[in-house]
Design a protein around this ligand. Structure first.
Ligand code: 3HC
Ligand code: NAI
Length: 711
């Protein structure tokens, strides 16, 4: 038997165990190994049933995602190994039972669906997450799931891709039984007991593909598919795989199994060959790559974090406190006055109430979390905190004062973190006796929702402090990205020129709505000017003042945001900014703003012209790329993919375009470079191409090539 698959016996049951750590993916050799084991057991007269189980922490978590590039390039055939296995399992004359713990995802669930029965631990999850990789379930999930779970559930699982619990799967007939206990051993024991029952009952071998009862009829299914398509459009805007997944489920209801299988194969290959799938697979591996820090290995020592404290219960401090509480860590929350404290707590409570209303948390969970958040007006209770996060106003002098106080108030090994979004972490650290314990943990607003956490490494930050901050991010279910210290770090440093370009476009005659629309059509979750309104025109104004980075004379400055600030149009919070806001903060264009900007532009002598979507997108996105290239060369980001992940999780860049650096590689750095040269000729020196971009374009290379050569 292959090393990837082991077979043992328990009486008259053969136990086939997949041993392909860490997640038992269906790598080459695994499906072949399972098929050989099943065929051997089928031929063995002493075997009356089989159990298929995963070794280690999970059942099969899917196809081996690394293999998709080989299929795309023609090095491998699609479904090699997997498709023959499905028929071997389903046609086996003796019952085969999938025993599921951990996650049966993608090809893993599809293998389980080809078994005659499925049992699982209560903690197990099943799902068809392929759409998150830009593909569709290619090994029968779209065809067998509706035969068990019905059309609506199957279409949703395949088109949205979110996992479901074992109980949900049982309720939808995907599982036949949930076994008692929580360990793999109890799963095996429960499955063997189930096998004994089956044998006693005549060892029947029902094939899912033969069961058409739950497929429904065309008239009843039509509105279900329409609803699912709308849901997929809303949740996975701009992506092709979700719609094609529904095409495939629909085919399952309209044509014989084999015909639908052939059609699905075609749809699968269309998706796999799309740039969307390449980008989404880049994101899958990118999310895992950003955890890897060359000089801080994953098994580095970390500091114990059992108690936390936060200074400042404003917009960010409150949200950060919720993250700690949600991770089960008690947290002290300090403010300057009782009034500010109560205001902060009220906002936290309102956020939690909202989550209860949406069914995300139970009232009991919220009560427990609120109990973990302990308000205070003094530093006295900070003595036993393992980490303190400072979230006071964005002002260097104030932050230094707070850090001097924290130096006194905390134990020497406590980590001191700042949530500054732009300020120099080393300068803040310099006022402490031990700057090795100072780090940036830059949460994004709303901090309890946004998944990005920029972990900012100062010159002297200790490695175990970095390892602890990254680990803490995972405990909070954030995507932590380690970045270097500079004004704005990675995300905001790139966002400044992006926002500036959006303003320039408007000042040159583009309509506010058109700028946002063009970028939303590109795939951004929200256009830049709408984001400006959400983040607060006043917040950006204060950051500009604090930074004091006035441009040298003769260099063009954006004018409109300052004008909005002076008009008191701070964005959503004042009901007016770039847009006007009505009920439920719904935005609508405000012709007055457009007129004000036209006047400003006229006074500044700026020529007005019509600007198309292509120019809007190129100028906004390429300015991100150009700044990103500088950030890479300076070592502020570890790898191009780190920038991509920051932009996906912090700024709503479309995952199916992979992130700004991946997108630039896809467009071709030569084209990007040439376009930037055009912009430089038209607009001036702020479009000067980054030296790294110029070099790679000349060498006809990509950012990915550059990364490969360095590692
Ligand atoms: N193929 C290849 N590598 C995989 C993989 C897969 N399907 N799933 C996980 N890995 C790798 C990860 O890249 C990571 O590698 P690294 O340690 O070198 O960075 C390692 O396994 C561990 O993964 P995680 O860090 O993600 O481990 P977690 O325990 O946090 O999560 C998991 C486990 C929930 C299984 C998660 O890894 C996951 O969601 N995996 C992807 C599942 C998936 O998308 N399956 C569908 C694949 S496509 C398919 O099956 C097509 C079919 O229809 C034919
Ligand atoms: P905020 O103005 O909402 O809250 C700041 C709070 O700090 C106020 O409640 C204030 O009373 C309190 N405070 C001031 N001095 C204090 C002291 N000595 N002790 C205790 N509390 C004190 O500010 P916000 O938006 O929460 O920002 C906080 C930090 O987070 C800033 O550094 C900001 O740049 C950063 N940030 C802000 C984001 C945002 O979107 N608002 C996003 C990411 C980072």
């Amino acid at each position: 038997m292959s090393e990837l698959v082991a077979v043992s016996r328990s009486g008259d049951v053969a136990v086939v165990t997949v041993q392909n750590p860490p997640v038992n993916a269906l790598s080459p050799g695994v499906p072949e190994g399972i098929a050989a084991a099943v065929e051997d057991a089928a031929a063995d007269d002493t075997v009356r049933a089989m159990v298929l189980i995963g070794d280690g922490r999970t059942f099969i978590a899917g196809a081996d995602i690394r293999e998709f590039a080989k299929i795309r390039s023609g090095q491998r055939e699609r479904g090699e190994g997997i498709h023959p296995l499905l028929f071997t399992l389903e046609d086996c004359p003796k019952p085969v039972i999938a025993a599921i713990h951990g996650t049966a995802f993608g090809g893993g669930l599809e293998v389980a669906l080809a078994c005659h029965y499925r049992v699982a631990l209560a903690s197990a999850q099943v799902g068809q997450p392929e759409v998150k990789l830009g593909i569709l379930p290619g090994a029968g999930g779209t065809l067998r799931l509706p035969r068990l779970a019905g059309v609506a559930k199957a279409a949703e699982m395949c088109a949205i891709g979110d996992p479901i619990t074992a109980q949900d799967a049982l309720d939808h007939h995907i599982l036949d039984r949930i076994v008692e206990g929580g360990s793999r051993e109890s799963l095996l024991a429960g499955t063997l007991a189930f096998a004994a029952e089956l044998i006693a009952d005549g060892a029947k071998t029902p094939r899912v593909r033969d069961n058409d009862e739950r497929l429904g009829d065309m008239a009843a299914n039509a509105p279900i598919f329409a609803k699912m398509r709308a849901l997929a459009h809303q949740k996975r805007r701009g992506q092709m795989a979700p719609q094609k997944s529904i095409d495939s489920v629909e085919a399952a209801t309209k044509m014989p199994f084999e015909e639908a299988r052939v059609l699905t194969a075609k749809l699968f290959m269309e998706c796999l060959h799309s740039p969307q799938s390449e980008a989404l697979i880049h994101v899958f591996f990118g999310e895992r790559e950003v955890r890897k820090i060359p000089d801080v290995p994953s098994d580095s020592r970390t500091r114990k974090i059992a108690k936390a404290a936060i200074v400042g219960a404003g917009t960010m401090g409150g949200g950060i406190a919720m993250n700690y509480a949600n991770a089960g860590i008690p947290v002290r929350l300090k403010e300057v006055s009782e009034q500010a404290l109560q205001r902060g707590l009220a906002r936290i409570r309102a956020n939690y109430d909202h989550s209860v209303k949406r069914g995300r948390f139970t009232p009991e969970f919220v009560r427990e979390r609120m109990d973990l958040i302990q308000p205070t007006l003094s530093y006295k209770e900070f003595a036993d905190a393992d980490i303190v996060v400072e979230a006071v106003f964005e002002n260097m002098e104030l932050k230094k004062t707070v850090f001097r106080e924290l130096d006194e108030a905390t134990k020497p090994e406590a980590i001191l973190a700042t949530n500054t979004s732009t300020l120099d972490v080393d300068e803040i650290a310099s006022v402490t006796a031990d700057p090795t314990r100072v780090i940036g943990t830059h949460f994004f607003s709303p901090a309890n929702v946004m998944r990005l956490l920029e972990v900012v490494r100062g010159k002297k930050t200790a490695k175990d402090v970095i390892a602890t901050a990254m680990q803490l991010g995972r405990r909070m279910k954030k995507v932590g990205v380690l970045v270097g210290n500079c004004h704005g770090f990675v995300g905001n440093r790139m966002f400044v020129p992006y926002m500036r370009e959006a303003q320039f476009l408007v000042e040159e005659g583009a309509n506010i709505v058109d700028v946002d629309q063009a970028l939303e059509d590109f795939g951004m979750a929200m256009g830049p000017l709408a984001v400006g309104d959400l983040a607060g025109i006043d917040v950006a104004w204060r950051i500009r003042r604090e930074a004091g980075h006035e441009q040298p004379e003769g260099v063009r400055q954006p004018l409109s945001e300052d004008a909005l600030y002076e008009m008191g149009r701070y964005g959503q919070k004042t009901g007016a900014g770039w847009y006007r806001y009505g009920e439920n903060r719904k935005r609508s264009p405000d012709p007055n703003v457009q007129t004000v900007i036209t006047d400003i532009a006229a006074r500044a002598g700026l020529e007005q012209r019509t600007i198309g979507a292509r120019e809007i997108v190129d100028r906004a996105i390429y300015t991100l790329v150009n700044e990103g290239a500088r950030i890479l060369e300076e070592g502020i980001a570890l790898r191009p993919v780190d920038i991509d992940i920051v932009y996906l999780y912090g700024y709503g860049f479309p995952a199916y375009k992979g992130g700004p650096m991946w997108y630039a590689d896809w467009v071709g750095l030569q084209s990007v470079y040439e376009r930037i040269l055009e912009f430089e000729a038209q607009h001036g020196h702020w479009w000067k191409p980054a030296p790294l971009l110029a070099r790679l374009a000349a060498e006809r290379k990509t950012f990915s090539d550059w990364q490969r050569e360095r590692s």
